[in-house]
Design a protein around this ligand. Sequence first.
Ligand code: PMV
Length: 360
Amino acid sequence: MIELNFISNYSPTILKKGKVTWASPSNIALVKYWGKKENQIPENPSISFTLEACKTETELVFEPRNGTHDSFSFEVFFEGEKNEAFKPKIETFFKRIKDYVPFLKQYHFIINTSNTFPHSSGIASSASGMSALALCLMSVEKLLNPKITTTYCNKKASFLARLGSGSACRSIEGDIVVWGQHSEIEGSSDLFGVKYTEEVHSVFKNYHDTILLVDKGEKQVSSTVGHNLMHNHPFAQNRFKQAVENITTMKTILKSGDLKAFIALMESEALTLHAMMMASTPYFILMKPNTLEIINKIWEFRAETGLNIGFTLDAGANVHVLFPENEAVKINEFINKELVAYCQNGHYICDQIGFGAKQL
Ligand code: PMV
């Protein structure tokens, strides 16, 4: 599918005032996307678990405007309060998608949005937020053009979400999503995320992800800056090649349910992501002392008990602790007793693998 497929073609009906609402989740990458080309095209494919509890709920109210307009017209409310700080990011998103969403300038939009997780938790809300907004826009497109299918809506929502924030394209569906062209994943594309339809071992159903909130502050280096530092990075080409190979390996692991291999690959991916940051020019470190304390505690506990607890990291200091359902009692006990002490104000979020966005 090429980008032209996402250019809408429907009669210019004007809708009356109305609203649509979506809840869209966050996701956690197992093989990471780090480095992009122009137009949010990833340098390498990535694969993620969709989450269930960490979600953004967005209500989009649309009202037709009279006449023709050169600019967008919208207001943003976050958790019930007018929010000017989110507007530039949404304005940029609208500019990027305007050719694919021609009705954007014909309506005034009120965007009412909220997260199920605390805004200042250090959890990136861009994946859930951008995917929720993209899905709302696709619901409006569906009202204008009822013939479009759910498959098309999901694909285009993912395509649009990607233009808002790369990893957001992996938040539309669940429970496992691949984004980026890979020769062994049928239908995979650089333009949107696709649901992973290969065989998956039952151990990965209900897989847990407890997110330990080590640092709830604003990141010192944004993902955008981080991605850009992969241009002219001395290890970039090898890293992109490695990610492709790691997707192939992950495919075998997801089928076999070999948790030791799963943990080894997931943790290596997390540390490689942060190693890329540390080897950038300029270099930077997003992990905090407590990130390393937690990692060492996990390694010690795993060596002592043989339980299948492993971690991954986003572009930040928080630690995602992943483990299977049948070991959850013992691992939760360990998290409570040993790891919560390293979280800011003792805060953490219990999440698990989820099945994608829902219209409300
Ligand atoms: O979607 P962005 O541009 O915020 O980048 C996210 C990159 C990582 O979270 C570090 C990795 C990933 O694949 O989600």
